[in-house]
Design a protein. Structure first.
Length: 243
């Protein structure tokens, strides 16, 4: 059977807090599926929202960030907050106000934990053994227009394949390469979800054999500290936030 991405239309999930258990209960889940779910509805599910007007957005961004840099883009004529939140480099700490009915929506405090709880719930309800749950968000890429999807939390699937020590076509051993298995899938899922009024916050990937399932896997296996990252000279420009 060929792999397929299955979009799931849902009811509107409304801030300030909206339990999505009824949505999870309606999912047609099979053993070996990977469930991609937008971080926005996870944030609303946990009540991680603030009403617009009761706090300045920049103050909220600063509160949520591990690293924070505010600046005005002279060429583009817009104001930017570059941040690191939960060890993810992302503008505005991932805080969103689109499709949020007058609220700012933040990520869950511990996205991996949220993914794990949802995974365990779906495993029990559907009486299955293998399942991945992946939280997604939209992300900008330096020197590229447009947004793509990335993984911001996960449970149940290995995010990386380590090919260090394996030979290339000409017998040269690979010394550094690890293959990112999950972000390309998250990017496709987010493309299918859409960015405006599609009301499709969940996409199920079925019959995909290219990623190992592991109940212990999480983003901790996937993230690089800013100090170790290839782009550390650029990330170091973003000061650590003194909370």
């Amino acid at each position: 059977m060929k792999p397929e991405f299955i979009p799931v239309k849902t009811r509107v999930v409304l801030p300030p807090k909206d339990d999505i258990s009824d949505i999870l209960d309606t999912l047609d889940i099979k053993d070996g599926d990977i469930v991609f779910i937008t971080s926005k509805i996870l944030g609303i599910h946990e009540g991680r929202t603030r009403k617009i007007g009761e706090i300045e957005k920049e103050d909220l961004i600063r509160e949520e960030s591990e690293r924070y840099l505010s600046y005005a883009n002279q060429a583009g004529g817009f104001h930017v907050n570059l941040t690191v939140n939960q060890n993810v480099l992302i503008p505005a700490a991932g805080i969103d106000e689109s499709n949020a009915n007058g609220y700012y929506v933040m990520w869950p405090k511990d996205i991996d934990k949220t993914c794990k709880e949802i995974r365990e719930y779906l495993l029990r309800k559907n009486r299955i053994n293998k399942l991945g749950v992946v939280a997604t968000d939209s992300h900008t890429t330096p020197l590229r227009w447009g947004v793509t999807g990335i993984t911001v939390g996960l449970s149940g699937v290995e995010p990386l394949m380590d090919i260090r020590g394996k030979p290339d076509l000409f017998g040269r051993l690979m010394h550094l390469t690890k293959v990112n298995l999950i972000d390309p899938l998250a990017s496709m899922a987010v493309l299918i979800m859409g960015e405006s009024d599609e009301c499709t916050p969940i996409v199920i990937l079925r019959n995909y054999q290219g990623i190992p399932f592991n109940s212990e896997a999480s983003m901790k296996d996937f993230k690089i500290s800013p100090e170790e990252d290839l782009y550390s000279p650029l990330i170091d420009v973003i000061p650590k936030n003194k909370k």
